[in-house]
Design a protein around this ligand. Structure first.
Ligand SMILES: Nc1nc2c(c(=O)[nH]1)N[C@H]1C(S)=C(S)[C@@H](COP(=O)(O)O)O[C@H]1N2
Ligand SMILES: [Mo]
Length: 200
């Protein structure tokens, strides 16, 4: 474990290099942040549903999800409450795999993430097609723990972490942008940490 002075030295170095977004500080721990209780996971009844403006809506059981092709990425994680956690290694299924299978209709422009417990968040469809956006079930290299979103969470490294839903259960393709849980409460509709898009 680094002492605090070492953390601060790293923090200023990364700020200068442009890796740490403005107004953020580096954390060497992994804070837990969410609204509501941590849901129970039952692999027998868990389903992942994809629908809305797509040619092929579908539903996957846990075993079926596990059989999809997998990727591994390394990325930083920026929470709007001002902490950033660097060098996370995530494994799971690329969003592109899910999007290709669903085949969005011409008019689909945005995607709403739906979670166990009712949390939602919105993103432009094109943001989900980046190479490092995934549905992650593994972190460095352990199965994702329930408090951090296990069994499955979204990871969108280039947006604030409230766009990376924990306990994700489905995607809704939509023809226009629609505010999710935090966006309805004043957070930015897009949420780019490097442009400090904290509030709308
Ligand atoms: N379902 C759900 N996902 C969520 C949240 C939430 O309240 N519910 N909070 C978001 C916020 S604000 C952050 S910073 C990250 C925190 O992830 P962590 O607890 O693994 O650090 O989860 C995001 N995903
Ligand atoms: Mo957050």
């Amino acid at each position: 474990m680094f002492v605090n002075s070492e953390r601060k030295r790293l923090q200023e170095e990364h700020r200068k290099k442009g890796r740490l977004p403005p107004g953020q500080s580096l954390t060497l721990k992994w804070p837990v942040l969410h609204v509501g209780p941590v849901p129970e996971f039952d692999p027998a009844t868990w389903r992942f549903s994809v629908g809305g403006l797509v040619q092929r809506p579908f539903e996957l059981a846990w075993e079926e999800f596990q059989a999809l092709p997998r990727i591994r990425i390394e990325a930083d994680f920026h929470c709007v409450t001002t902490w950033s956690k660097f060098d996370n290694v995530w494994e799971g299924v690329a969003l592109r795999t899910i999007v290709d299978r669903a085949a969005p209709l011409e008019g689909a422009s945005h995607v709403i993430q739906h979670c166990d417990g009712g949390y939602t968040t919105n993103t432009p469809l094109e943001d989900l097609l980046r190479d490092n956006v995934l549905l992650a079930d593994t972190h460095s290299p352990e199965p994702l723990t329930p408090v951090h979103g296990g069994p499955l969470r979204m990871i969108i490294p280039h947006l604030y972490a409230w766009k990376s839903s924990k306990w994700i259960r489905g995607l809704e393709f939509a023809g226009r942008d629609r505010a999710g849980y935090w966006e309805e409460r004043g957070y930015h509709m897009y949420g780019d940490p490097f442009r400090e898009q904290r509030f709308g």
